[in-house]
Design a protein around this ligand. Structure first.
Ligand code: SOE
Length: 385
């Protein structure tokens, strides 16, 4: 049965653009039973949000998210505003009976994340957290190979998420650098992606020891001007209250060992989100900067031929890849959101949950909280339930 699902999105800049594109292009690639309708976006500056609605193809716009949530012609609230707004908007939307899509990390704190999860369960609405990197075909294929037992017992999961966009001392104090708005820095912004991939591929994290660092402690006051760029007037400075970089060592519940690093100070790395997983029978490696490829090592390969081989995950057999162009054509960052939303919208009414939801968001947030605690105490901590 075909149905429409009417989207109301709070926010419209960087992630708003990626989400808008995904809603519009989803029906190009998939025979969907649930077609997203771009009903309304919401932003405080009427001129900007009106322009964005026209540019990205939204039917209407609002300047107060409470009005958006109250509208009868909205089925889903998609939250792409800064992290400190997630909990209030999501809980209000759940009470209004709306399904909810939220960008990562779920919340500012573990307590907030748990309140959000309780609200969506209490009001029986759908909930998705946008860990889009699970939906690169190569990552989905890695998951399939692991589940089929190709690697056998898992010994190691190691992930690095390296960026460098704030290395200049002149880069201003944007919202991502303020604890009261972002919750944490590289840890929650990009480390959350690695944590989610670790849980997706290697299992739940039991305990860890971690550390954080803020290399540049104060910056010129400035504003975000869409995307990640920003302008600043240099007239005054403010304190950076989040981490620029973090690292932690962990033990998974299945006994595997994990190492994680997330930094915005790895010069030359723009968006190097990568992992390697080692098992008794082989290893897998993936790097977002070459996102259609999966490096595979199999111990059973005959002597002399052993080593990592590179698989182009662009064939019909590779999850989601067949929905795009004929074999060999690569897909991009924006398509991971198309795949993510396809999984959610198709699963929403079929009770088929294979997408990351607020339970994943809470579990990811618990690891973030454990890293913060370990950084304070200097010792090993158990990941809170
Ligand atoms: C900035 O660090 C950022 O935009 C993250 O917020 C996104 O989640 C990541 O996908 C790309 O980098």
């Amino acid at each position: 049965m075909k149905r429409e699902i009417r989207i109301g999105m709070v926010g419209y800049q960087f992630m708003g653009k990626a989400h808008s594109h995904a809603y519009r292009d989803l029906p190009f690639y998939f025979d969907v039973s649930t077609t997203p309708v771009l009903k309304a976006i919401c932003g405080r500056k009427e001129e900007s949000v009106k322009e964005a609605a026209e540019k990205m193809g939204w039917e209407s716009y609002e300047t107060d998210w409470r009005k958006l949530i109250a509208r009868e012609d909205i089925d889903v609230i998609d939250i792409v505003t800064p992290n400190h707004t997630h909990a209030e908007i999501a809980i209000a939307a759940a009470k209004a009976g709306k399904h909810i899509i939220t960008e990562k990390p779920l919340a500012l704190t573990l307590e907030e994340a748990k309140e959000m999860y309780s609200a969506v369960k209490e009001h029986n609405v759908g909930h998705l957290i946008c860990h889009n990197y699970r939906y690169a075909p190569a990552v989905q294929y890695a998951k399939k190979l692991i589940e089929e037992g190709l690697l056998g017992r898992i010994y190691h999961f190691r992930a690095r998420y390296l960026q460098d966009f704030i290395m200049s001392p002149d880069f201003p104090l944007i919202w991502r650098l303020k604890k009261e708005v972002a919750g944490s820095g590289a840890l929650g912004d990009i480390g959350a992606h690695s944590i989610d991939l670790g849980r997706f591929l290697a299992g739940e994290i039991q305990s860890l020891v971690g550390t954080k660092e803020t290399f540049i402690k104060e910056r010129p006051i400035g504003e975000m001007s869409g995307g990640l760029s920003a302008s600043s007037d240099f007239s005054s400075v403010g304190e950076v209250t989040v981490d620029d970089a973090c690292a932690f060592l962990c033990r998974f519940e299945n006994g595997a060992l994990g190492t994680f690093e997330a930094t915005r100070f790895a010069g030359g790395n723009r968006n190097k989100n990568e992992f390697e997983i080692n098992g008794e029978n082989g290893s897998l490696r993936w790097n977002m900067e070459d996102m259609n490829k999966l490096d595979v090592y199999l111990a059973k390969d005959e002597e002399g031929l052993q080593g990592f081989r590179t698989i182009n995950c662009t064939e019909e057999i590779h999850p989601y890849a067949g929905a795009y162009w004929p074999a060999g054509h690569i897909i991009g960052y924006e398509h991971t959101f198309i795949n993510l939303f396809h999984s959610f919208l198709e699963g929403l009414y079929q009770d088929k949950k294979d997408y990351p939801d607020f339970e994943d968001g809470v579990k990811n947030q618990a690891v973030l909280a454990a890293v913060e605690e370990s950084d304070e105490t200097g010792g090993w901590v158990n990941v809170p339930s």
